[in-house]
Design a protein around this ligand. Structure first.
Ligand code: DX5
Ligand code: ZN
Length: 215
């Protein structure tokens, strides 16, 4: 069964406590928290203060996805805010190996996210150092976009690299995950499904999370 990581980007921020309670009571495994800086991606979302509040409202894993430039300047603050997993973008990190070491030395799990155009093969020499690879299945910046079909082939390729090296790295798929495509994504080799719109625009988010788990 895949791990389910609802993205709170699409949650109702006026009712954040209720949204957290709903996720706590659901079969969701991780809270996926999307941080955008308006520079790496053409949108601005939320930062430390919101993450601190969410941290108080859950004991589940806080999976923080940084869509920001120079993430090394903020890693300590995200740790203090309550991040368990910290994911940085390959395209934002000229010194990616150093970023990964920094995140791990702060006691967090280290993730690397790839935009849809970045070849998965580029991760070969850091794969053993990371806990998580987040394959973007949309161009990052916005919730509610359509899944890019080539992602399935990228998942299979990455799964092959991880298995061939005998590693435990998790593959997370982020963007456009629906009840219609989740089975194919899991069959291709994904471990974690991020879902924003599919969960929060649903009439029954709790049931939708349970369905995503069982595709
Ligand atoms: C996109 C974010 C995603 C987004 C997913 O930049 O990284 O986590 O919230 O939203 P959906 O599931 O609606 O595509
Ligand atoms: Zn995300």
């Amino acid at each position: 069964m895949p791990l389910i990581a609802p993205s709170l980007l699409t949650a109702n921020f006026l009712k954040l406590e209720e949204e957290c309670r709903m996720l706590n009571q659901s079969e969701a495994n991780w809270f996926h928290l999307d941080v955008m800086d308006g520079r790496f991606v053409p949108n601005i979302s939320f930062g430390m203060s919101i993450i601190k509040q969410i941290r108080k409202a859950t004991t589940k894993v806080c999976d923080v996805h940084l869509m920001i430039l120079e993430p090394e300047n903020y890693a300590e603050e995200f740790k203090a805010a309550g991040a368990d997993n910290l994911t940085v973008h390959y395209e934002a990190c000229p010194h990616l190996h150093r970023n990964i070491q920094q995140i791990k030395s702060l006691g967090m799990k280290a993730g690397v996210a790839l935009n849809p155009h970045t070849p998965v093969a580029l991760l070969k020499d850091v794969l053993a150092d990371v806990d998580l690879v987040c394959l973007m299945s949309v161009n990052p910046g916005f919730g509610g976009q359509a899944f890019i079909p080539q992602t399935l082939q990228r998942i299979r390729e990455l799964r092959g690299m991880i298995d061939a090296a005998g590693l435990e790295v998790k593959i997370e798929i982020d963007g456009g995950v629906t009840l219609g495509n989740a089975a194919a994504i899991v069959a291709a080799g994904a471990d974690v499904l991020v879902a924003g719109n599919t969960v929060f625009a649903s009439d029954n988010p709790t049931a939708t999370i349970a369905q995503l788990k069982r595709v």
